[in-house]
Structures are given as structure tokens and as C-alpha cells.
Write a protein that binds this ligand. Structure first.
Ligand SMILES: Nc1ncnc2c1ncn2[C@@H]1O[C@H](COP(=O)(O)OP(=O)(O)OP(=O)(O)O)[C@@H](O)[C@H]1O
Ligand SMILES: [Mg+2]
Length: 484
């Protein structure tokens, strides 16, 4: 498709092309500044009219009502798929990842779990949740998860979160486990067989090890088994007690919401192929209606699972002339962004993906990002959002940042001096902000009092607008409420 085609006209001479949107988008402005009802609505309708593939991550319930209306107004209701509590679509994410062509890599599943764990507690803004500030914790968790997944595979058991968690949490930690296991498995004695059987009944980890030992036939399977066995019967038991109990506590906390309730029902049972990312790329609109404001942590897990697997599917999708752009709408993005986005965003455009990141201010993002160096991660994400829509804002940090992004130029300033001998005028060139930080406090925010007009300042690095500048002011019209 022609990526230089206009997606949004800003004036008679100015437009934003699909290619501009593929440079990734930030929409920011204070609460009630007009982000959702102005620019997000306008971009949404434009993408819908073009038949693009769209995935909407939902923080507020009102977004779902709005998207249904946009889809109706643009004739796209037939493409609309809503995954929601009480609905028919389910996504057994581990099953999808294990069975997709080229899938099933343990490392990939481990990375997804670690990202999800770090997103735990995001609603409560708990920066310490997920043990995320302890580098030993992360390394130890990564190893435990990896070997548990490998063990399940070698034991020919389905890879499920509850069994991964059981292997780690039920690993025996007392005495010389490795020697005991080796003696029992190597013995022909029926007493030894009986002892192994009883031990297996007591410890799920031992049960899986016994099966894996039986199944390991090739040289590489035998080698892998030796490493896994030694990990669970020796290394894990000798981990620093604090780290080990930390891993077990975190894993229990993470796995527990997937055992019952909504996450168990919609994310661990069957899978509806209609909502596979590969199906959405064909031109569907998927709304993941597990609204965070209503479902809190459950909503975060539900949507983060899909977001992670979607981003990976985007990265491996083949692009040809018939490929449709895919747009990810992430309103209230502070609940959704994570370290993985810093890797995804720089290459998203190569795979025809545009991410619309919407948030009130930068501090929202700094406050909720977890993991090592949250500030650097947020800055890296922001640095990859090249098309920016700034709205009215009272946040001095965001306004100063916006003014800096738009930058400074030499401007002619006239000055008038009084001195003892008389007065005189002069002109001088000085470096000044093109848009002063306080100007963002005075933009219009829609609704009747502003005659439904929303002001935005758009900047796009490397783009020159018809005013000769790298930014321009634009007015978005809010749809007026119908008169009763
Ligand atoms: N369709 C509409 N018609 C008229 N006014 C609206 C409409 N939708 C929202 N408003 C009002 O316009 C203003 C901007 O609302 P909007 O929801 O777009 O802000 P926002 O920037 O998305 O805020 P938030 O960060 O809280 O999500 C608010 O005062 C809101 O009450
Ligand atoms: Mg909004």
C-alpha cells in the first residue's frame, strides 16, 4: 500500500501520512484536555475508514462504548471482535505460544512471565512489587522458570502456569536429594522403585523428574535432563534462602489469580482462533475489554498477555504489498507500557505497526514503570514516539519537556532602552522557545464552554509543516451532543 497517502488532514496544505503514524505516536495532555474525544477519536475513525487492523487496549469502560460507535459510523461492525468477561472469545496464551509455528521457546515464555510479574501491583503504584529491584531475584526467577518449563516438556506434560508454579514451589529442599534420586532411578530393586513412587506422589517436581528421566532418550535430551535434575535437586535447594523464598512467594502471588476466576476462565482454558494476532492482521478490530479501572490487576494481566504476544507476532509477520497496517491504541498507557516496548517500538514501523500511546503526563509513566532503571526505560520509549500531539496540561515537567522537544530557534527581539542620555531601540537575535512551556496551560479543552474545540500542538521530528516549522497548532472538533 502507499504509505505516503494522507491518513489525517490538518489543514489544506498539511497532512499526516500513514508513514508519519508508523513513526509511533504520543498523545499527551491533562485529564479532560480532549485527548480521547479529540485526536484519538479522529485517528480511530481514519484508521477504521481505511480498513486497517486495530487492537484496542482498554483502561476505561467508556472507551468500549466509544469504539463501538466509531465502528458503526465507519461501517466496520462486521470486523469488530470484543474479547470480554461473559463473551465467547478465550485465549489460552500458553497453548497459543507452545503450538504456533516456530513457538514453544522456553526463553520467550520466561520473558513474558517476568514482564507480567513486574506489572504486578501497577494499579496500586507499588514500586516494590515483583521484587523488581533485586537483580538476584530476577536472575533466580528466570532460571527457575526456564528449568521448570524444560522439565515439563521433557516429562511430556502440558506446559501450564499452575504446573510451572508447582514444580518450583514443591521442589524438595532438605537433604541430599540428587544422590537419593540417582540411587533410586539407577536401581533395579523393587524397594527402590516403591520409594521413588512414594517420593513422586509427595513431590510433583520429583514426579516430573522421574518421567523426564524415562523420556530422555537422545544425547541432547540426556544432557538437558542432567542440568535440569541438578538444578531442582541441588542448585535450587542451595540458593540463598531469601532469594529462594522470594522466588516462591512471587510465583505463588503471580500464579494464584490464574487458578480461579476470570483469568483462569479466559486465559487458561480453550483458545478462539478468531482472536489470534495473525487473524487480526487480516483487518479485524479487536477490543480487549478487560477494563483496568474495573478489574484492576486482572485487567492488567489480561491485556498485557495479549499485548506481549501481539507485539511478538507483529515482529515476525511477513510484509508484502497486501499487508495492512496494524494500529495499537493504548489509552491510559501508564498501565500498559513495559520494558519490552523499548525493544518493540524502534522496529515496529518495519512491520507496518503504529502504536498510539496516550497518557496525561510523563510522571505517570515514570511512576508506574518497574524493573531496573525505570526512568531510562521511559525515556527510551518516549524517544521512539516521534509523532507527538500535545494538549492542555498543568504538569510543569511535561510542559517543559514538550517545549524542549519542539525546540528553540533564533528569534528577532526588539528592545527599548532607557538610559541617562535618552532612549533608544535596537534589534537583537536571541535563542527562544518556539512554544513556551506555559502556552500548554492555555490550550482549549473541548466541551460547550470552548464551543467543542480542542487545541493541540503537533510535532513530528524530521517533518516540516507548511508554516515552515517542525510543529503546528491544530484544532480538533468534538462531536456536539445531539439536541433533545
Ligand atoms: N463527545 C463529547 N462532546 C462534548 N464534550 C465531551 C465529549 N467527550 C468528552 N467531553 C468533554 O470534553 C472534555 C475532554 O474530554 P476527553 O475525555 O476527551 O479528555 P481526555 O483528555 O481524554 O481526559 P482523560 O485523561 O481523563 O481521559 C471533558 O471536559 C469532557 O467532559
Ligand atoms: Mg481519555
Amino acid at each position: 500500500m502507499n504509505l505516503d497517502k494522507a491518513l489525517l488532514w490538518l489543514s489544506r496544505k498539511d497532512m499526516l501520512s500513514v508513514r508519519d503514524f508508523l513513526r509511533q505516536v504520543l498523545v499527551t495532555g491533562g485529564s479532560g484536555s480532549g485527548k480521547s474525544s479529540g485526536v484519538v477519536q479522529t485517528i480511530a475513525r481514519a484508521c477504521l475508514k481505511q480498513g486497517f487492523a486495530i487492537v484496542v487496549f482498554v483502561a476505561k469502560l467508556s472507551e468500549v462504548t466509544a469504539w463501538k460507535e466509531y465502528a458503526r459510523a465507519t461501517g466496520r461492525l462486521d470486523d469488530l471482535i470484543i474479547m470480554e468477561p461473559g463473551g465467547r472469545y478465550k485465549f489460552n496464551f500458553l497453548d497459543y505460544e507452545m503450538n504456533r509455528p516456530g513457538g514453544g521457546e522456553s526463553e520467550n515464555i520466561v520473558t513474558m512471565f517476568l514482564i507480567l510479574m513486574k506489572m504486578g501491583g501497577r494499579v496500586e503504584r507499588s514500586q516494590h512489587s515483583g521484587g523488581s529491584h533485586d537483580p538476584f531475584w530476577e536472575q533466580a526467577m528466570r532460571e527457575a522458570l526456564k528449568y521448570a518449563i524444560e522439565l515439563l516438556k521433557l516429562a511430556h506434560q502440558p506446559v501450564t502456569l499452575s504446573d510451572i508454579s508447582r514444580i518450583i514451589c514443591e521442589a524438595p529442599t532438605e537433604g541430599k536429594q540428587l544422590e537419593r534420586f540417582n540411587n533410586l532411578v539407577g536401581s533395579e530393586d523393587s524397594e527402590a522403585y516403591k520409594e521413588l513412587d512414594e517420593w513422586s506422589k509427595e513431590y510433583f517436581t520429583v514426579n516430573c523428574l522421574a518421567w523426564a528421566s524415562y523420556n530422555a532418550k537422545t544425547r541432547s535430551e540426556e544432557r538437558d535432563f542432567e542440568v535440569i535434575k541438578s538444578y531442582f535437586l541441588k542448585d535450587f535447594a542451595t540458593l540463598a534462602p531469601n532469594t529462594r523464598t522470594g522466588v516462591i512467594a512471587q510465583l505463588n502471588a503471580f500464579a494464584s489469580p490464574f487458578k480461579t476466576g476470570m483469568l483462569a476462565e479466559y486465559f487458561t482454558e480453550e483458545t478462539s482462533p478468531e482472536i489470534f494476532p495473525e487473524e487480526i492482521f487480516k483487518g479485524k478490530i479487536l477490543i480487549i475489554n478487560f477494563a483496568i479501572k474495573k478489574l484492576l490487576q486482572v485487567g492488567i494481566y489480561a491485556q498485557s498477555i495479549y499485548k506481549y504476544l501481539l507485539e511478538q507476532a507483529i515482529e515476525r509477520r511477513p510484509i508484502d504489498d497486501n499487508s495492512k497496517p496494524v494500529f495499537l491504541f493504548i489509552d491510559e498507557a501508564q498501565y500498559f507500557l513495559n520494558g519490552q516496548d523499548a525493544f518493540f517500538l524502534p522496529t515496529a514501523r518495519d512491520h507496518l505497526a503504529s502504536t498510539i500511546v496516550v497518557t496525561q503526563n510523563l510522571n505517570n509513566l515514570y511512576a508506574t514503570m518497574s524493573g531496573a532503571n525505570p526512568r531510562d526505560q521511559v525515556n527510551s520509549i518516549l524517544g521512539n514516539l516521534n509523532l507527538k500531539f500535545f494538549h492542555a496540561n498543568d504538569c510543569p515537567d511535561t510542559n517543559a519537556w514538550a517545549a524542549n522537544v519542539i525546540g528553540q530557534t533564533f528569534q528577532e527581539k526588539d528592545s527599548f532602552n532607557f538610559n541617562g542620555g535618552g532612549a533608544g531601540g535596537s534589534f537583537s537575535q536571541q535563542v527562544h522557545y518556539q512554544v513556551l512551556p506555559q502556552e500548554f496551560t492555555m490550550l482549549r479543552t473541548g466541551s460547550a464552554v470552548n464551543n467543542f474545540k480542542i487545541d493541540a500542538i503537533i510535532s513530528c521530528s524530521g517533518k516540516k509543516f507548511s508554516n515552515g516549522k517542525n510543529y503546528m497548532r491544530v484544532v480538533f472538533e468534538q462531536p456536539k451532543p445531539e439536541k433533545k
